[in-house]
Design a protein around this ligand. Structure first.
Ligand code: BV8
Length: 252
């Protein structure tokens, strides 16, 4: 048995005994579907860093450029499918008494995989919001007929219904994520670099409330020293392995 298999068995024992499980995901879980992550080479669009485009200042300065970026991402996300990692998490809705996915991703792939309890911390790229009235509409059509999109009722610019850097998260959404994190007996943290706040603080809040932290990532992150279990590898490979062993453990 390899070290990884040994660690996977330890995590399966933990999960098999848990009734309340929370999962926090980042861009890494969508990487195997073909969605670029934010860090490293992937994090670049043309020569802009994601953090420089995903800001209210950038939108103020050049809404057409920001919309070109979001349109590129919508087109890319529309062309991909959820991967095995997303699908396992969708299946875990019925494997635990209480289960929820808290995601930093705006790609909507957890929903597309069939997850029902998803907290979208940073919004959703398929939703547009009027910059004057604040009304939100889901528009999946890509490419959008008109860029930048205009509000049909008041003629003001529409923006992506996502949280930009320097903008506060919706207090109700953040409150729910914090509640779920504190209530979990186990928090599985998948494919996140743990650098963006306040999302990155949720695993620490969960640990303070007594939850066991299981981290899955292709490389260590600032969270790794605090994690009870670190499973090195791809989410789309580790989650199916965990799921298989969990089913075997429960069948035994
Ligand atoms: C706010 C939506 C305040 C838009 C996003 C405290 C300390 C330091 C800084 C701050 C702080 N508090 C606030 C800040 C500022 C800032 C922040 O955190 N900056 C960082 C960069 C230092 N936070 C904010 O601005 C937040 N707002 O604080 O408001 C406020 C309060 C009141 C009033 C006014 C203001 C808002 C943050 C949200 C920004 N929006 N997204 C869009 O998507 O277009 S963030 C965006 O980037 C994503 O949503 C995600 O959250 C983040 C990217 O992180 P990850 O998802 O982790 O992705 P990343 O690429 O970094 O890493 C991928 C990981 O996966 C890697 O570890 C890799 O190894 C791994 N991986 C890769 N492949 C796989 C894999 N793992 C497993 N399997 C694989 N196959």
């Amino acid at each position: 048995m390899t070290m990884l298999e040994h660690h996977i068995d330890e995590v399966v024992t933990l999960l098999a005994g848990a009734r309340r499980v929370a999962v926090l995901t980042g861009a890494g879980i969508s990487a195997e579907s073909g969605v670029p992550t934010f860090r490293g080479q992937d994090g670049l669009w043309k020569h802009y860093r994601a953090e420089s485009l995903a800001t209210p200042e950038a939108f103020e300065r050049d809404p057409a450029l920001v919309w070109e970026w979001y349109e590129w991402r919508r087109g890319l996300i529309a062309s991909v499918e959820p991967n095995a990692g997303h699908r396992v998490l969708a299946g875990w809705e019925d494997a635990f008494e209480e289960f929820a996915v808290i995601t930093q991703n705006v790609d909507g792939l957890h929903d597309k995989a069939g997850s029902r309890t998803v907290v979208e911390l940073h919004g959703n790229i398929w939703k547009l919001r009027c910059t004057r009235e604040g009304t939100v509409e889901e528009i999946r059509e890509t490419p959008l007929p008109h860029l930048p999109p205009i509000c049909p009722s008041c003629g003001a610019l529409r923006r992506p219904h996502v949280v930009w850097f320097g903008e506060a998260l919706d207090p109700a959404v953040l409150g729910r994520a914090a509640e779920i994190s504190r209530a979990g007996q186990v928090m599985v943290v998948l494919g996140t670099s743990g650098l963006v706040h306040p999302a990155a603080s949720l695993p620490y809040a969960a640990a303070r409330a007594g939850a066991k932290i299981v981290e899955v990532n292709v490389e260590p992150t600032p969270l790794t020293p605090q994690a009870d279990h670190f499973l090195p590898g791809k989410a789309g490979e580790i989650l199916p392995a965990l799921d298989r062993r969990l089913r075997e453990a429960r069948a035994a």
